[in-house]
Design a protein around this ligand. Structure first.
Ligand SMILES: Cc1cc2nc3c(=O)[nH]c(=O)nc-3n(C[C@H](O)[C@H](O)[C@H](O)COP(=O)(O)OP(=O)(O)OC[C@H]3O[C@@H](n4cnc5c(N)ncnc54)[C@H](O)[C@@H]3O)c2cc1C
Length: 398
């Protein structure tokens, strides 16, 4: 069978673009090295605007039925213990898709998306690892892949979508991956027995670390601690000890989880941030983490993966219809990405600066205690439904 598009990776980015293009009647092949359901290291927070796209993809009902936890807002604790709680609410004309975010295990979310890919008739080949991207005359023309029985396959299509996440083999083979100066590591586990952890997510800022509690299921809280990579390096064989030590150094977090019990091994991932240069060849689009990643603090990774797939699907469908997947034509997608994500990226960089400086983090928390409307505005930006530019005019909305 011949295909219009090969999608490498069936995580949120790959599944979303496969769904959107299959809905347009295109013939899609999706390849993933994993077999679903598969685990994924993640804070497992889904912003309110993510829910809009999940609905568009036809999976929000399944997400609800799977028992996703509605989160009315976020509680943020500063280094000195000052705590503020913001809610997702309408800010001027900007309304959250629902007045809550969601917490859901990625194993569950990603399997729901993959089921939708299958239901729409796209061909999904699991346990098939893409090993190379085939390039001819300045064009990606297909991929080479190996199945679980180590058989090598070559698949060809006029368009290849790299959605193979961090360390994307496609980005690596084309020399597009770049190291990032922000060198951090995440330690992620599940705990149970955290009292009253059900209605909001909780962020603990304690430079140089921060931690997030996210209630993904009844009495199961995703606990993520982000630390400087250099601090973790010597502990790579004693992650559990390092995790416990780090938690005990964050007094407000330690008090919050006192008496709670860890119910899963600690998993580590780092360095978290990296850049990916835009491709210069035709026939290729990069979506989701394959196009770069910064930091999980503001929890927009899944949103960016899904929204990036929306943007890419428009450009891909038009290019395929015109029979021309040239680099120039596909560069429209890169421009749309920049326009769409640049302001939030500036916001998250500024926020990183605040959470990295104890005094500044405390002062910001003191200000937000006095200005709860500003906190809700901030949460609207974090939740992806309020334009970050509004923070420059807080008097109007915050
Ligand atoms: C510690 C941490 C916490 C985070 N917390 C949050 C959060 O709370 N909320 C949020 O929205 N985002 C969060 N993120 C970001 C989020 O996890 C990612 O942005 C999101 O998973 C990106 O989706 P994706 O589809 O691009 O990549 P992935 O979800 O990584 O999917 C990539 C897929 O490609 C497959 N693949 C990889 N290589 C190959 C290959 N060679 N051949 C075939 N298949 C391949 C993989 O098996 C996988 O299924 C977090 C990230 C980290 C590191």
């Amino acid at each position: 069978m011949s295909f219009d598009v090969i999608v490498v990776g069936a995580g949120p980015a790959g599944a979303a673009i496969a769904i959107l293009l299959a809905e347009r009647g295109l013939r899609i092949l999706v390849l993933d090295r994993a077999r679903f359901p598969r685990p994924k290291i993640c804070g497992e927070y889904l912003s309110p605007e993510t829910l809009r796209i999940l609905d568009r993809l036809g999976v929000l009902k399944a997400v609800d039925d799977a028992g996703a936890t509605p989160l009315a807002g976020m509680r943020i604790s500063a280094p000195d213990g000052t705590a503020v709680t913001g809610t997702y609410r309408t800010i001027g004309p900007w309304r959250p898709y629902r007045n809550h975010a969601l917490a859901l295990r990625r194993e569950v979310l990603d399997a729901i998306l993959v089921d939708r890919v299958r239901a729409l008739g796209a061909e999904l080949r699991e346990r098939t690892r893409v090993t190379d991207v085939l390039v001819a005359d300045g064009h990606a023309v297909g991929v080479e892949a190996m199945d679980a029985e180590t058989r090598v396959h070559v698949f060809r299509a006029p368009l290849v979508v790299a959605a193979d996440g961090r360390g994307s083999v496609v980005a690596r083979r084309l020399g597009l991956l770049r190291a990032h100066p922000l060198q951090r590591m995440a330690l992620v586990t599940y705990v149970r027995g955290v009292s009253d952890c059900r209605e909001v997510g909780e962020i603990f800022v304690d430079p140089p670390d921060y931690a997030i509690l996210n209630p993904v299921a009844p009495d199961r809280v995703n606990m993520s601690v982000v630390v400087p990579l250099a601090h973790a390096a010597a502990w790579s064989h004693r992650l559990e000890d390092f995790f416990a030590a780090r938690v005990s150094q964050m007094p407000h977090l330690a008090r919050r989880v006192a008496g709670a019990e860890r119910v899963a091994p600690v998993q580590a991932m780092g360095p978290l941030a990296y850049d990916v240069a835009p491709p210069t060849i035709g026939g290729l689009l990069l979506v989701g983490d394959a196009a770069g990643f910064y930091d999980p603090l503001t929890g927009e990774g899944v949103f960016s993966a899904l929204h990036g797939a929306e943007l890419a699907s428009e450009v891909a469908a038009a290019a395929l219809k015109a029979g021309e997947c040239s680099a120039e034509r596909l560069a429209t997608y890169q421009r749309a990405r920049r326009r769409t994500f640049a302001a939030k990226a500036r916001f998250t960089h500024a926020l990183q600066f605040v959470v990295a400086h104890r005094r500044l983090a405390n002062l910001t928390a003191h200000l937000l205690v006095k200005r709860p409307a500003l906190l809700d505005l901030l949460l609207g930006v974090v939740g992806d439904y309020v334009p970050p530019g509004l923070l420059l005019h807080p008097a109007r909305f915050g």
